[in-house]
Design a binder for this molecule. Structure first.
Ligand SMILES: Nc1ncnc2c1ncn2[C@@H]1O[C@H](COP(=O)(O)OP(=O)(O)OP(=O)(O)O)[C@@H](O)[C@H]1O
Length: 593
């Protein structure tokens, strides 16, 4: 360890022990020795980098204050366990700087005051245990910590409700019993029983025996009020909007009659509107992309076909025209706009282009896709199809795409190895599930790439735009028409692109030329036996486990095998990636024990 880190750790323990630690000179913990080579009591290091990875000092009668600033200067610290001591005072804000922490155990101490909101920055955290202390205030908001598997905070003084954002699907342990919590218990999907919530007089709803009758009455009243207010808004909105739309259409018609012949022609069909683009007429303005054309102006009042999610019930073309829209990006196959509707809902509208599919087939395909539900796959909320337009509406995802996290300057954060592995395994599992469900229909994703992996409110990765394209196999030539495809091929094309996605995450490099350049470069480096050179510098410098990175690279190489029928299927790949992720989790837990 560096001298700075050694000095900081000594400072940390001095504050914590008021001079009573180390218990004997042979315990280490002095500035003249190295924590990794001199075996400081309770300290473990990661071998290749000789950096402090774990500090486990359970039951040492530590009595002082917790100095997070000194502690968090150990850059590789992943596990901190101080159970069963006498540590008092607050948990300082700087705990949020221990970014590599995966396990934080502070059970059975005398901590008091609120848990600082900065713990939400510990997005590698898997286990957070703080039971039997005097913590008060609200429970911490850990919605951004998507890999959390244990949250144990029983026997404190927490007040308020249980945050709705807790992702109970991943949690294996959850206990907030014996606090002062109130309000309804979120849906825990039958995973946690009474003992996780008991001893909070004002908590209600399942699994506790006391139901929440008064709140449901309040909710009913609130809903009725909301409906009344909402109807008022709609009425007012309709009057204003009809006025604006009528004015806009009149203006547009006037413009078109006085404008050039090419402009009016361009609005009559997809093909012709393309001609206008090449003629230099600016069609790239936000709404002109999906504005009702004069030829299709009857559609202004037309409704979108709303699918099973009712979020955009009753959506009309007019709603899009009048709402503020922002171009999110233009891809090879269309453009995407963010639109905020009158009711405040943010949606993403995808306009596909050059897709020679009839409205009947389009509708059948989208409705079939909508029947398959997976929490990591975004289904369209609604669609619209006319001769001029094919539009799909999705819920807007606020937390950027995988592409942005890997290559953009997104909040200056580097996506660490643990997060990349979680993303890889979530995407693989979701894709395997949908492939299985839609095998018979022959509907694959068709355009899998990092811009189509979006992060939802809970920062979980979700696959977007499933089935909007008919897959092209970069190694087999184009297979545009569904009828010409062999039954397996479109799914095996997804497998190829999943492999490219893995390469992008492992190398941190951009995908160009159908992934060929990246694949070629990776192959050449591996052939020369410089495999480690392949990996993203950010991963090697954080000390990511090389063996597991190589294992994931092997999976990627299997996926991009040129012969489509030699590629494994997504189910097999999901199994391989999951095993690597489990090994990673185990390595942390085992070495901690
Ligand atoms: N539901 C959504 N919420 C937030 N951003 C989205 C949503 N859907 C798409 N985007 C973003 O909009 C941008 C444009 O998407 P688009 O799908 O048009 O581009 P692409 O994926 O690069 O190309 P392609 O045309 O091949 O799909 C991308 O950056 C994408 O991440």
């Amino acid at each position: 360890e560096s001298e700075d880190v050694r000095t900081s750790l000594i400072q940390f323990i001095t504050n914590l022990s008021n001079g009573t630690f180390p218990p004997s000179p042979s315990s280490g913990w002095n500035s003249t020795s190295d924590p990794c080579t001199a075996n400081w009591t309770g300290v473990e290091c990661d071998k290749p980098n000789s950096q402090v990875k774990k500090i486990i000092l359970d039951g040492f009668n530590l009595t002082g204050n917790f100095d997070s600033a000194s502690l968090c200067s150990a850059p590789a610290l992943a596990v901190l366990s101080l159970n069963g001591n006498l540590i008092a005072g607050s948990l300082p804000d700087q705990i949020g700087d221990c970014r590599r922490l995966t396990h934080l155990y502070l059970n059975g101490n005398r901590f008091s005051g609120p848990v600082p909101s900065t713990v939400s920055r510990l997005n590698n955290l898997k286990r957070f245990e703080i039971s039997n202390n005097g913590f008060s205030g609200q429970l911490p908001d850990l919605t951004r910590v998507s890999g959390l598997i244990a949250f144990v905070a029983d026997g404190n003084q927490f007040t308020g409700g249980i945050p709705l954002g807790f992702d109970f699907t991943n949690l294996e342990r959850f206990n907030v019993s014996n606090n002062i919590l109130s309000g309804p218990i979120p849906d825990v999907d039958g995973k946690f029983g009474i003992t996780s919530f008991s001893g909070n007089a004002d908590l209600c709803g399942p699994p506790l025996p006391n139901s929440c009758p008064s709140s449901s009455k309040r909710d009913k009243n609130r809903t009725r009020d909301q409906i009344l207010i909402f109807s008022g808004y709609i009425l007012l909105g309709l009057v204003v909007v009809s006025f604006i739309v009528a004015k806009t259409i009149r203006k547009k018609n006037q413009k078109e009659t006085s404008g050039s012949a090419s402009t009016s022609k361009s609005t009559s069909s997809e093909g012709k509107s393309k001609a206008t683009t090449t003629a230099g007429n600016s069609r790239s303005e936000m709404r002109s992309e999906y504005s009702i054309t004069s030829a299709d102006s009857g559609a202004a009042a037309a409704s979108f076909e709303v699918l099973s999610n009712p979020l955009v019930k009753g959506l009309k073309f007019n709603d899009l025209l009048k709402a503020p829209a922002e171009l999110l990006g233009k891809g090879k196959h269309g453009s995407v706009y963010k639109v905020v509707l009158d009711n405040g809902a943010a949606i993403a509208v995808k306009r596909t282009k050059d897709w020679g599919i009839s409205c009947e087939d389009f509708s059948r395909r989208i409705k079939r896709i909508d029947k398959v539900k997976h929490p990591r796959v975004l289904n369209p909320l609604a669609f619209y199809c006319s001769d001029q337009e094919k539009l799909l509406v999705y819920e807007y995802q606020p937390n950027a795409s995988l592409f942005m996290l890997l290559h953009g300057a997104h909040s200056g954060q580097v996506l660490d190895w643990g997060s990349r592995l979680v993303i890889a395994s979530c995407v693989a599992e979701a894709l395997a599930f949908v492939h299985r469900e839609l095998q018979e229909d022959g509907i694959a994703h068709g355009n899998l790439k990092s811009t189509n992996i979006l992060f939802n409110k809970e920062l979980e990765p979700c696959i977007s735009e499933y089935g909007l394209m008919v897959a092209e196999d970069p190694d087999q030539g184009t297979t545009k028409s569904g009828s010409q495809q062999k039954p397996y091929s479109s799914f095996k094309v997804d497998v190829y692109w999943f492999g490219v996605l893995l390469l992008e995450m492992l190398t941190g490099k951009l995908v160009q030329n159908n992934g060929h350049d990246l694949a070629k470069w990776v192959h050449s480096v591996v052939r020369e036996e410089w495999t480690v050179e392949v990996f993203d510098r950010a991963l090697t410098s954080e000390g990511a486990n090389e063996e597991r990175m190589v294992n994931l690279l092997q999976v990627a190489l299997k996926c991009i095998t040129p012969a489509a029928n030699e590629r494994p299927n997504m189910g097999q790949i999901a199994g391989l990636v999951h095993a690597i992720r489990e090994e990673e989790d185990r390595s942390i837990i085992v070495s901690e024990g």
